[in-house]
Write a protein that binds this ligand. Sequence first.
Ligand code: CA
Length: 481
Amino acid sequence: MYRKAAVTLVVALVGMAIAVACAPAAPPPAPTPTEAPMETPTTAPTNTPAPEATETPMSEPTATTAPAVPMMTVELQLEADGFNSPVALATPEDGTGRLFIVDRLGLIHVLTSEGTLLEEPFLDVRDRMVELRERFDERGLLGLAFHPDFEENGRFYVYYSAPLREEASQSWDHTAHISEFAVGRDNPNRADPNSERVLLMVDEPQFNHDGGQVLFGPDGYLYISFGDGGGANDTATGHGLNGNGQDPSTLLGSVLRVDVDGGDPYGIPSDNPFVDSDDGAGEVFAYGLRNPWRMSFDAGGEQELFVADVGQNLWEEVNIVTNGGNYGWYVKEGTHCFDHHNPDVSPEECSDTGLNGEPLIGPIIEYGHPDVPGGIGTTVIGGFVYRGAALPELQGRYVFGDWSTNFGMPDGTLLVGSAPNSEGELWSIAELPITNTEDGRPHLFVLGFGQDAEKELYVLTTDITGPTGTTGKVWKIVPAM
Ligand SMILES: [Ca+2]
């Protein structure tokens, strides 16, 4: 009965998504985070699937002709809690069904296939990290990737923010480490803390825009995301004359690709775009990015690389990233021109090419900040193309989110992107309503997404802005009851 109702509500759900998008601008970022979440969702579904949905006709269509949006509402099922800031979830292809939860604090936890959260962490790098700012931080332990042959070699890779190294300019903030570790010999649920091999150190001028994703591609290479170095507008100390995003000779503002199995400490794949060129660094795979916080490979289809790039003041975007691509920052923010001297107004005109004449590649998805008409949120959180079985309506669609409509209150958004019918158009996006709350919204900060061995998806959240407390939760996205 509920399902039928959901089907008849599909048009209304589109209307709901647009209505939400057209909601009045959220208040400006509050300087002090609140400790009190607005509403704590429970795992119990309510009986009202979509109370906001009405018969009201749809308002203005979005820029694209929208293909069908998912005819469904989902439930967030609590899988584990008590974390500080769960930012990533990874699973090795070793048949154990374990989920490894990365906490920004510097801990990796193991959730067994039976749903037990092990008491002892898999890895603890807290004493190798910078001290985090309690009110808000973008640094920390940010990424985890298991080697494709993890079952045989026990090797995995992490991204964490270490104190500034001595060789760095001492006015800079910290040094990012990409490190390899190995599982301990005695216990598959404990890494060997003495096995660290630092593959790469990247100095960061400011505390923010760190990227932080590590993942293996279908080609067996390790991909690493780095933000533009921080601050704002890709200017200031450490950002160069043309910004770091547009400069492929810096590792900042880029997606890197390295071969962890060839070379010491790593090799450069022979088809990396700057492998034989002075125009860029060998590690750079793609650039023109501001803060590619979360990225994923599609587990099906063309196995494309989806990179969600956090915007400046107006526009959030998701890109399909390919070898050598320049994704526009800071000449563009989303599909719009950007002026780093005046970041609140998109200029009418700007270059369509980078410094070497290469085209600036536009995003597949964009949405505005809350004070942009039709805006959705402040910070895009990359997710996954859904390739699981439990939610057939989401098959092949990109499930992602937004951190929060504002800085101080937990007001994240779950979103679904659907590919356009014709090439060159933006993907349509719609809010993914949940049954946990009366208004279908999570009322949580959305930090990241995860995918398990069955390709089912998870959402990682907190109730508070900064890396304090124990409000971090891991939710599985399941069909609504
Ligand atoms: Ca861009």
